[in-house]
Design a protein around this ligand. Sequence first.
Ligand SMILES: [Zn+2]
Length: 89
Amino acid sequence: MPIYEYACESCRHVTSALIRRGDAPASIACEHCRSTDTHRVISLPAVKLGPLNENKGKPSEEAQQHAKDQVMRDAADRVIHKTLKDMGR
Ligand SMILES: [Zn+2]
């Protein structure tokens, strides 16, 4: 059975309904606000998305720790250099 989608004019909620082909009413009751002021919208063919890689583009814990260590080292270096400079070498 095809899935029809109805966009509500009152609340913009889209209600999906399984309706026998050729049997789709022009409007159905909005499942959100119960308004019948809905109109059928053409539902796009389901887009097949690949498996989402949650780690993609996100540094691993190890990389984050490494970056943190690097920041600490840089900060320590700066303090040491500043101290040496302040001491007039
Ligand atoms: Zn509604």
